[in-house]
Design a protein around this ligand. Structure first.
Ligand SMILES: [Zn+2]
Ligand SMILES: [Zn+2]
Length: 580
């Protein structure tokens, strides 16, 4: 029987192996859990990942052989499961990291694939960044403590181990995270049970059992091999002991537990690391509904394109340029355009437009405007990002029309030379518009010594070019400056505004649909946006002007941060008042 035929015998998973999710989605599932509200009656968030190292997905077709098991228990008690994949890219594309232990778990723990984490194979020590959830959750205050229980020395014990630098960082900073390496799986079991049976157990536990990988290497990763089957049964048994211990906690009823069981890779013959389906198809089993950002964004039914056809955010430059170059429509005398930038507004927040009374994006979406998916980070999901999903690179891509490789804006506060020019300068210099204005409050654009457009601003001033770079104290000031401009009979032809509300509140309280303060940031941004749209539409000369209005964020966010490759961070959007 072919491996796809074997996989099709598994009836407990909710997707198909062809639509398997990247194992890095584990990161988002855990983050989302910690940044969602506590259900009625619950007092604390807890999560555990029980890893079956080297357990092929095929084994889930043999649950009838399992007497007691974590996967068996979870799926027969309202749990959920999906096919996932190792190797970084979906079949049949070439893998970009080995289907091995270190890259597999590292993708889940950091959300990053090898080109971004450096962990292509076993035996590479990762830098502290990108940090694992074990540190991130505790540092951000989402969990008060974490624990990492393993028996393989390649994680953080021997020379070249993956998390050696993280382990030192934890010790140095006094972070409440335990990294414990036992002799074998019995030792790991004892460590995990000891933690769970303690009164105040770790809020986030990541444990890895080696049974299946150990015997897979010895006899072949096949259910027909009795030793491999026995290894799976042992993993299931130990997994169940752990789940039992959790459910027997005296305080279990007050705790909101996310329980995940997964594997890092499968195996083929007596090894793994390669691109076969046997090695790359894995699974995620959960006690809760598994909803990835891909699923959430499908609810945005007003988008003109799909996530698969999302455009790079560099397209903003071309859209504006095309507008200014196009002939004036009948009866119009002047081209005008404004960009309303909502810094750090996640795309799924558009699902909350019902909470907005009046807003710019809301108005256009409800009144014949258009909306498209775009992406930050320079490359489409699930490819590794080409630059950080951050403010500097995000707006830089839109303003220069170039990805970081050409623009050199790889990170925040990167200092660009005058060339390549932003549209603020280029459109005036090239006589597409008479005057432009860039209204911001963040110092990293052109005010700080190390800021992206400082040299460009100085050049414009020196040459007396009518491109204006204006920084206010805060968003209120940005709105005031932009309102003053659009209320002027002779207003700037091209205006670029950036509001920081979502980024500030996201960093402060968490970037999540479920966090009220972050929802407030949508309301605040939309309020500023509609104030400008109202002012534009009440211009005495409005009927003679041909306005293009775009609403767009530079990046999203997850937890209390952004810069990484998750869909939550990299999917962006453009809403416009007309076809683009
Ligand atoms: Zn492994
Ligand atoms: Zn930010």
């Amino acid at each position: 029987m072919s491996y796809p035929e074997r996989l099709e015998k598994i009836k407990i998973l909710e997707n198909t192996w062809q639509s398997a999710v990247n194992q890095s989605e584990m990161y988002s599932l855990i983050m989302q859990h910690f940044y969602s509200p506590l259900p009625e009656g619950k007092k604390v968030k807890k999560a555990i990942v029980i890893g079956y190292d080297g357990c092929t997905c095929e084994m889930l077709g043999y649950l009838d052989k399992v007497d007691r098991g974590a996967v068996k228990y979870l799926v027969s008690n309202g749990g959920h499961g999906v096919f996932s994949y190792a190797g970084g890219m979906p079949y049949p594309e070439p893998i970009i990291q080995e289907t091995s232990t270190a890259p597999g778990w590292c993708s889940m723990l950091t959300s990053n694939l090898a080109p971004n984490s450096g962990v292509y194979e076993n035996g590479t020590t990762k830098e502290v960044e990108p940090k694992t959830l074990l540190i991130k959750l505790v540092e951000d205050g989402a969990a008060s403590s974490s624990a990492f229980y393993v028996s393989w020395e390649g994680h953080f014990t021997e020379d070249g181990a993956t998390y050696l630098k993280e382990k030192s960082y934890i010790a140095e900073k006094g972070i409440k995270s335990v990294f414990a390496c036992a002799e074998d799986d019995d030792g790991t079991r004892a460590n995990v049970l000891g933690d769970i049976n303690s009164e105040v157990c770790s809020d986030f536990i990541f444990c890895i059992l080696e049974y299946t990988d150990h015997f897979g290497h010895e006899v072949d990763y096949l259910p027909e091999k009795p030793k491999y089957m026995q290894a799976f049964l042992s993993a299931e048994q130990t997994g169940m002991d752990i789940v039992d211990a959790i459910e027997n906690r005296p305080t279990f009823d007050e705790e909101d537990w996310l329980i995940l069981v997964t594997s890092d890779h499968g195996g083929y013959k007596c090894g793994h690391g390669g691109p076969t389906l046997e090695e790359r198809i894995t699974f995620i089993i959960s006690n809760k509904k598994i909803e990835t950002q891909l699923d959430v964004l499908k609810n945005l039914d007003f988008m003109d394109n799909t996530l698969e056809t999302a455009l790079p955010q560099t397209c903003v430059y071309g859209i504006l340029e095309k507008h200014f170059k196009a002939p004036l429509p009948e009866g119009k005398k002047k081209k005008k355009a404004i960009v309303l930038g909502y810094d750090g507004l996640r795309t799924d927040m558009l699902l909350h437009l019902d909470k907005v009374e009046r807003g710019a994006a809301k108005k256009f979406i409800e009144n014949g405007g258009h909306a498209i998916f775009t992406y930050a980070g320079g490359t489409p999901y699930p490819q590794p990002i080409a630059h950080e999903t951050d403010t500097g690179p995000g707006w830089g891509a839109m303003l220069t029309g170039l990805q970081s490789k050409e623009s050199t804006i790889y990170y925040n506060n990167a200092v660009k030379q005058v060339e390549p020019r932003s549209s603020i300068l280029a459109f005036v210099e090239d006589k597409l518009v008479d005057r432009s204005a860039f209204y911001v409050s963040w110092g990293g654009h052109f005010s700080a010594e190390e800021s992206t457009y400082r040299l460009e601003k100085e050049y414009a001033e020196e040459k007396g070019i009518n491109a204006n770079y204006i920084r206010a104290e805060n968003d209120d000031g940005t709105l005031e400056n932009a309102l003053k401009d659009v209320s002027n009979p002779d207003c700037s032809d091209y205006i670029f505004t950036i509001f920081e509300y979502p980024d500030i509140l996201g960093h402060g309280y968490g970037f999540s649909l479920d966090i009220e303060k972050y929802t407030d940031s949508l309301i605040l941004s939309e309020k500023a946006g509609i104030a400008l749209v109202d002012a534009i539409e009440s211009r005495p000369t409005y009927d003679e002007e041909d306005w293009l209005i775009l609403v767009t964020p530079d990046h999203g966010g997850i937890g209390r941060a952004h810069s990484g490759p998750t869909l939550e961070e990299r999917i962006t959007f453009i809403v416009s008042n007309r076809e683009i």
